[in-house]
Design a protein. Structure first.
Length: 437
């Protein structure tokens, strides 16, 4: 029996223990601290677990002033002469909007039909558990490595705080490596590039009036009777031409910009995320001030996913600015009271790209084929994550993990398949053996 097969068999034999650990992790409501949550309890627990597993080094440290947002790093030390590897994952999760409509308490996970349901299953405690058990399997099976393996279980990812409190602080503390894998959900595909993200806000002003006078604001009136903007202006109605424009622009950009990896359908095989490279999503909509009034304003917050390796964000900013101004110029009220466009706002998060022939990519692709029996699918991540920050700070990094963005990540009834966790753990272990020597 090969060394790899012995490790794979070990992971299979520990299936129930791996599932139990995922359930325990999901049981911690580790909502990002910036959104009113608690990241510390799960990290204290995780550090104790890694010490129990007898990792060679376990380091729990916090960079925030209150010391309530710790990262946890676990290390398996090599004998020397090999390349090092980081397995990175975040332990913070997003809030739950409507827990009452879930099939279970979001933080009391259940198993149904081979799936674990709960907040943070796919995003991304399942991936972190897979990484932990890959490392534990190598240790327990007596595999001797040349290079170090470093687990980075970080916080602050959901609030884009890698450089303030999370992943980058691990690198600065000395936990760096020759290559890294972020264990985000990728449908078990190897993601060598990602989208970038920015938000913009568009506010359309109107003029409030009692709803009983709406007819005068909307419809022409006999000569001498006040009408139109002299009475009131429905800001929501005025906004609809901008909403329709952004839907058209989303489609147009997907025709105009094409990438051989991101949104291309996967190579070889099927990209489970589907085709398409841009999204322009109306993420948050607010408007009106009183139930008895014509809406005096409406405000849209749009999230834009785009390929920054193909087009600079500044080009997109200018196109949106020009279009908003042009549309406003066609309306007699908006010429006088132009829309307020703020671009970018809230978050501005770049993507990343690693060559498809990078030795690290080849190593994980080989491990994936050994485990699954089929060629690895090389594709792109249609979201953002800490892979950008690892690449930015000198660690070539790709994304590979169990679960899927389509498993209701950031939504209701988030879940992950147990089989994908087990397969990911094997692929991580195989990659470690291939890469670290």
């Amino acid at each position: 029996m090969s060394g790899k097969q012995a490790v794979f068999d070990y992971i299979d034999s520990k299936r129930d223990e791996i599932v139990n650990q995922v359930m325990k992790m999901v049981g911690f409501p580790s909502i990002n601290c910036t959104q009113g949550g608690n990241e510390k309890d799960i990290q204290d627990w995780l550090a104790a677990e890694l010490r129990k597993f007898q990792f060679d080094k376990v380091d729990e440290f916090a960079e925030d002033e209150e010391k309530v947002r710790p990262n946890v790093v676990g290390v398996l030390k090599g004998n020397g002469g090999g390349k090092s590897l980081i397995l990175n994952g975040h332990m913070d999760v997003v809030p739950v909007a409507k827990p009452e409509i879930w099939r279970c308490d979001p933080f009391k996970p259940v198993i149904e039909d081979g799936r674990i349901y709960g907040r943070g299953t796919s995003d991304m405690k399942g991936g972190v558990a897979g990484a932990i058990w890959a490392m534990k399997a190598l240790k327990d099976c007596g595999v001797k490595l040349k290079g170090d393996v470093i687990l980075q279980a970080v916080i602050g990812e959901e609030s884009q705080q890698a450089e303030e409190v999370g992943t980058v602080k691990c690198l600065e503390r000395g936990y760096t490596a020759d290559f890294a894998i972020v264990c985000e959900p990728t449908d078990l595909e190897v993601h060598i590039t990602s989208s970038a993200l920015f938000f913009f806000e568009l506010q359309i002003e109107g003029k409030a009036v009692h709803i009983s006078a709406r007819n005068q604001a909307v419809f022409p009136q006999p000569y001498g009777t006040p009408s139109g903007k002299d009475v009131g202006v429905d800001a929501f109605k005025k906004s609809l031409m901008f909403v329709e424009y952004f839907y058209r622009l989303e489609e147009e950009w997907n025709h105009r910009f094409r990438d051989p990896v991101l949104g291309a359908g996967g190579s070889p095989g099927h990209d489970v995320q589907g085709i398409g490279i841009f999204t322009i999503n109306p993420s948050d909509i607010k408007g009106g001030v009183y139930l008895g009034s014509v809406p005096s304003y409406v405000k849209y917050m749009y999230g834009v996913w785009y390929p920054d390796q193909l087009v600079a964000k500044e080009v997109l900013f200018e196109e949106i600015k020009s279009a908003v101004a042009a549309l406003a110029s066609t309306d007699y009220f908006l010429r006088e009271v132009p829309p307020k466009l703020t671009i970018p706002t809230l978050q501005d998060w770049p993507g990343f790209k690693v060559p498809g022939d990078h030795p690290g990519v080849l190593a994980i692709a080989k491990a994936s084929e050994e485990v699954s029996g089929k060629p690895a699918t090389i594709s792109g991540f249609k979201a953002v994550c800490d892979a950008y920050y690892l690449n930015k700070h000198g660690v070539p990094c790709i994304i590979y993990g169990p679960g899927s963005l389509a498993c209701s990540v950031h939504g209701d009834d988030e879940y992950i398949t147990i089989d994908s966790i087990i397969e990911a753990a094997k692929v991580y272990a195989g990659t470690i053996m291939e890469w670290c020597g």
